[in-house]
Design a protein around this ligand. Structure first.
Ligand SMILES: Nc1ncnc2c1ncn2[C@@H]1O[C@H](COP(=O)(O)OP(=O)(O)O)[C@@H](O)[C@H]1O
Length: 173
């Protein structure tokens, strides 16, 4: 039996996935896994995307690595994409959303500029990651969370912890 639910945090780079994921891990004992870091640490890449200025993820290697962790349960998976994760991986999916001017400033502060900065802000405005999540998973699994302010983050943490308590009750943990 799983030790806890598996949660996906997704959304455009800069919306606050890793900040929320780390806070959630600290408060709940779930384990936060950044797929970007996992790929970097293990070199799970398959070439470089010059157009997007980022390495291309080797989906199969990432999925192989995640399989046992997912089976164990209690994982918070953090990635700016989701279509290659099977639906069975997750008990719930959260898509973080950030206002475009706030996102622009966050990404600029991270050192993004030019096309890369514009493309990521456009990705958020065009709901690309929200649509990807909705196209990949059942409607009741996918929830959008505002992620503009620290207050939003506190509300999101509370909301997820309430959901977690209900999940544990329903699953006899
Ligand atoms: N809810 C929030 N309110 C204000 N700032 C935030 C919030 N969430 C994240 N941030 C800030 O935005 C930046 C990007 O957050 P990060 O968690 O790295 O995003 P992601 O993991 O989605 O790329 C960081 O500087 C972080 O401190």
């Amino acid at each position: 039996m799983k030790s806890g639910p598996n949660i996906l945090l997704t959304g455009t780079p800069g919306v606050g996935k890793s900040t929320l994921g780390q806070q959630l891990a600290e408060r709940t004992g779930l384990e936060w896994i950044s797929v970007g870091d996992l790929a970097k640490d293990n070199n799970f890449f398959d070439g470089y995307d010059d157009e997007r200025d980022c390495p291309i993820l080797d989906d199969d290697k990432v999925l192989d690595e995640l399989e046992d962790m997912i089976e164990e349960g209690g994982k918070i998976i953090d990635y700016h994409g989701c279509e290659f994760f099977p639906e069975r991986f997750f008990d719930i999916v959260f898509v973080l959303r950030t206002n475009n001017t706030i996102l622009y400033d966050r990404l600029a502060a991270r050192g993004y500029q030019g096309k890369k900065l514009e493309d990521n802000v456009t990705c958020e405005i065009m709901n690309v990651l929200r649509d990807e999540a909705q196209d990949s998973y059942a409607e009741q699994l996918v929830h959008e969370l505002p992620s503009n302010t620290i207050e939003d983050m506190e509300n999101n943490l509370e909301r997820i912890m309430l959901w977690l308590a209900a999940w544990k009750r329903d699953n006899g943990c």
